[in-house]
Design a protein around this ligand. Sequence first.
Ligand code: PBG
Length: 325
Amino acid sequence: MLRRPRRLRVNSATRNLVRETKLNIEDLIYPLFIVEGENIKREISSLPDVYHFSLDMLEEEIKEIKDLGIEHIILFGIPYDHEKDACGSEAYNENGIIQRAVKKIKEIDPDMNVVTDVCMCEYTSHGHCGILTEGGYVDNDKTLECLAQIAVSHVKAGADMVAPSDMMDGRVKVIREALDKAGFVHIPIMSYSVKYASTFYGPFREAANSAPSFGDRKAYQMDPANTNEALIEAELDVLEGADILMVKPALSYLDVIRRVKDNYNLPLAAYNVSGEYAMLKSAVKNGILSEGAIYESILSIKRAGADIIITYFAKDLAKMIRDKK
Ligand code: PBG
């Protein structure tokens, strides 16, 4: 036999030498949920080891994240229920939960790269990602104006990057124009370009108190059966000025990550969503799978073509990478 692939598997050093894909701490973005109130660090029941934080409890967490070498966080804000209204106006309140959280985090650590999720579902009384028409359909073009306002308010508060996740048509362009007009030409947009109407967001909606009060999100998020459409969504975002594209969820959509990566040269992010996290985390916590399953799963997202991975496992992974486990 001339060809013996096992030669390059013979010992750890050789395997390290020829390894094609590696996870780096730099690839990871860690999501944080910020709530109103004081003295709150409460584990989210649907997301083991992930917490709700009130602003006064953020300092220790930000330091821990930084000490692990994680440089990027993405923020989700949960306002008081009584602050929600039909048009989600609390989302662009300059003293809203996210705007105060960004300021606070920048005070704690000016070098922490703060990404904000730009959407309305946590702020609308009906839980949809935009403004409704009388028939209960999300009005695309009316919603665009609000999204632009939300993005500008986040950046005014100090956000380093905005990530629109609403799935309205044309939002990247409108946000880009609004940011530029406000003098924020240097702030990148990471667009949730290819976002499916997925059941895997279930635990997040509990965490963010953002489940729609009626119906579902299928009239704006994508049909899980479609991948040609993923390329159309990505193409539009490229043309509208997105700086980073995203596919979401990740683990059930590895084929989509690969297709988008093969077709576009922008950096590609993938969102390893709450349901994917909850499944794997419970299996590890219950001793059904070993911790290595976490690394292997997230590695598959990188191997599929993602450059950036948003994951609730970021802290676990940072420890595994650091300890070379
Ligand atoms: C807001 C938003 C959602 C997620 C990220 N941004 C929920 C949704 O679209 O219903 C889901 C993230 C996760 O499940 O981890 N629109």
